[in-house]
Ligand binder design. Sequence first.
Ligand code: UFG
Length: 338
Amino acid sequence: MKILVTGGTGYIGSHTVVELQKKGFEVIIADNLSNSSIDVIDSIGKITGIKPLFEKIDLSEQEPTKDLFSHYPDLNSVIHFAAYKAVGESVTMPLKYYQNNLCSLINLLREMESHGIRDIVFSSSCTVYGQPDILPVTETAPIKKAASPYGNTKQIAEEIITDVSKVTAIQAILLRYFNPIGAHESALIGELPLGVPNNLVPYITQTAIGKRDFLNVWGKDYHTPDGTAIRDYIHVVDLAMAHVTAIERMLEGKNKQKVEVFNLGTGIGYSVLDVIKSFERTSKEKLNYKFMERRPGDVEEVWADTEFANRELGWKAERGLDEMTLSAWRWEQRLAGL
Ligand code: UFG
């Protein structure tokens, strides 16, 4: 079975390629390398013994996308990760986000339709729920008005896929990620943020390795037990495995609707201080941090109801917080040549 993985050299994409290869899938990666490195291909090869095929291509351009599908007429399914993902940048450069994230999806769907490729797994986000009224949040919770153009591209993309599925053979599984962190146990692949990280765990590991002076903890006056915000952190390898399960579900015809939606989280909420404590425990490093004002746009707390994914998808996140923070630390150490 041949799977096209767009954004396959990126953080979640690369871990998914490894899990696909381990299950015997043949993978073609399409990525424009705008936020990833070509070295990832070799690292994947070192982990699995198979170097995936790679096409450097910008999927927001129609002609190259057409050529890609003509070149691989026997693709079975698509996993679509390729997208910009910096929430703050999307607020200052909305057109960049709408153009890239939506045009690439439209081009892909058009080619899938004309080549009779039926299945797509799409990277969505728990950001579609905003601050949910009821926790844990289920897949049927209302979609809230997006807080950023980035979040809006995820909502619109879900709608585009759903509309297209109604009038074509295309079927989809939309995976709403909570907060992916950690790295592969080999420490050969992991998250590679460009410049100053926005996300908590890369900021923690970069501070501990000495690249940053201290971590800003955004807000200590939330209505949570320790006053810091709560998220559902999920190990990137668990997340990657869910994509393989989703692809298999559609290939085996086990999906029950043209478009299915699953939350991908652990079902456990941890505060920023919980993550810091876990990091200090597993790395045996003391982290420098300061409390600051809340970060605009942040929700107070969100964690997943995973019952539907556990029961219906037959997938469950297995790795705990300490394994997540330790693997992220090993990856940061490897980047530093330690
Ligand atoms: N945080 C800090 N200091 C930092 C970075 C983050 O205290 O330097 C805090 C945030 O305020 C938040 C928590 O750590 O409370 C997690 O923040 P992240 O930036 O790691 O993750 P977010 O929950 O803000 O964002 C993630 C993804 C987005 C996605 C969103 C959906 O990065 O792509 O979840 O809720 F849209």
